[in-house]
Design a protein around this ligand. Structure first.
Ligand code: ZN
Ligand code: ZN
Length: 452
């Protein structure tokens, strides 16, 4: 008998943590953290200390109290005795926190499998943001490539690359004693690497799976216009073309496709792109993994912005060691203020103070990230602060974004092509919408085991 237990990812977007059991084999598909993790009990500076252990998480039922899974250190004050783990492996689809963040709690000896790119990204983010990105210690970390076949007891797991809003994303075909189970991870079909998702669909269909775990982030948004990454590049290009001043753009630093769109749009309009040293560090450390990514150190169109720091003299000691490498490409607020019309500058919320030094005129700001920030009640205060800054400096505000997830229409197409016998919606708040796509949809319940 094969079973699936949903410790995360059931009727919620993200937090995937799915236990697959088949005879004596037990593996997890992802080990992430829900986006609303702990929000009922923690707020701003009231936060648990992950490094101390799981006691606070168990108290509120935030992490399942499952034996033979967590490390000795994490269990120290919890009342749950540390025992030899009974999990054979954890397979990670990609490096987003809702798929990896609870790896830090695992027993060190449990084998963890992830793509080469995923590991590189996690290393980069750990270096830059150790308090937010920490997967903990793992004695058996394995890296896979697309198309490899990994044996875990009698199971064979086949990772196949897919396109998502972060590089190094995979879906899996798990060959079980009952037949193949397909796990989509997070994917999309409307970006520049959609051929990877197409390859995943072809291989998954050829496996003739009896079950598919399908992401459904955008299910229920059937009306939503499905702009492609190419459309976004065009839109950004149009805004830059019309702008009479500096163009600020905000987008996630891990969204390499978006970086390329902004970079190309800037180039087409004869502008240079200004990024901060952290962004430069990310690009510099991904360039050997991602063909076509510009080299920060040699590309004359990329400039690196150093903010005024402690000494106010741009002394290298003012900056982290990993930020210093890019000093030959340095611009300061003085150059940016002078060259406004010739620049596109990456500008995140927490760097808005730089506007005081730059004193932009006729500037535009492109918000090119998840629109939840612009709509959600929970972001109201932050949004108002952003609006105040825009108003104060007379900056025109624009939106240009497309999702990292497949549209409802694309999910329908994926289901139709892969043709699983059973469809299990995950990573969605609209599991019911899947019933229009398939005759045998089984909706998972959080924490419950599903015999399949
Ligand atoms: Zn996700
Ligand atoms: Zn994701």
């Amino acid at each position: 008998m094969v079973s699936l237990t949903f410790y995360g990812g059931a009727n919620e977007i993200g937090g995937n943590k799915i236990l697959l059991e088949d005879k004596d084999a037990r593996i997890y598909l992802d080990f992430g953290e829900s986006f609303d993790f702990g929000t009922d009990y923690f707020y701003e500076y009231l936060q648990p200390r992950a490094a101390n252990g799981l006691e606070v998480y168990f108290e509120f039922g935030l992490v399942p109290k499952v034996p033979c899974l967590y490390s000795k250190k994490m269990l120290e004050r919890t009342g749950l005795k540390h025992k030899k783990p009974d999990i054979d492996a954890v397979f990670i689809s990609h490096s987003h926190s809702d798929h990896v963040n609870h790896l830090r709690f695992l027993d060190e000896s449990i084998p963890v499998y992830m793509g080469h790119g995923t590991h590189r990204l996690l290393e980069i983010y750990h270096k830059l943001y150790p308090q937010f990105c920490d997967i903990g210690e793992h004695e058996n970390l394995h890296f896979f490539k697309s198309g490899e076949k990994i044996k875990v007891k009698h199971l064979v797991i086949e990772p196949i690359h897919v396109e998502h809003s972060i590089p190094g994303a995979y879906g899996f075909i798990v060959h079980t004693s009952k037949g193949p189970i397909v796990y989509t991870g997070d994917l999309r079909l409307h970006g520049p690497q959609s051929s990877m998702t197409q390859e995943f669909i072809t291989k998954a269909a050829a496996a003739k799976p009896y079950l598919m775990l399908s992401e459904g982030t955008r299910m229920g948004d059937e009306e939503e216009h499905n702009e492609s990454e190419a459309d976004i590049e065009k839109k950004i290009g149009g805004i830059i073309e019309k702008s009479k001043g500096i163009v600020f753009a905000y987008f996630s630093m891990s969204n390499v496709d978006r970086f390329m769109s902004v970079y190309h749009a800037a180039m087409k309009n004869g502008r240079r792109l200004v990024i901060d040293p952290k962004f430069a560090y990310i690009l510099d450390n991904l360039k050997d993994k991602i063909p076509g990514l510009p080299d920060v150190m040699t590309d004359p169109a990329i400039l690196v912005y150093y903010r005024l720091a402690k000494s106010c003299t741009y002394d290298e000691k003012d900056y982290f060691i990993h930020e210093r490498k890019f000093m030959p490409k340095m611009v300061t607020y003085k150059e940016v203020a002078e060259w406004q019309k010739g620049l596109v500058m990456h500008m995140s919320f927490n760097k808005l103070v730089e506007l005081v030094y730059i004193q932009p005129h006729d500037a535009d700001y492109i918000y090119s990230s998840s629109e939840h920030f612009l709509e959600g009640e929970e972001n109201k205060e932050e949004r108002e602060v952003l609006e105040n800054w825009m108003k104060h400096f007379g900056v025109k505000f624009h939106k240009a974004h497309c999702s990292g997830h497949a549209s409802a229409a694309d999910i329908a197409e994926i289901v139709r092509k892969i043709k699983p016998q059973v469809l299990v919606p995950i990573h969605t708040q609209n599991a019911e919408a899947f019933k229009k796509l398939h005759a045998d949809v089984r909706v998972p319940e959080a924490g419950k085991k599903m015999e399949v």
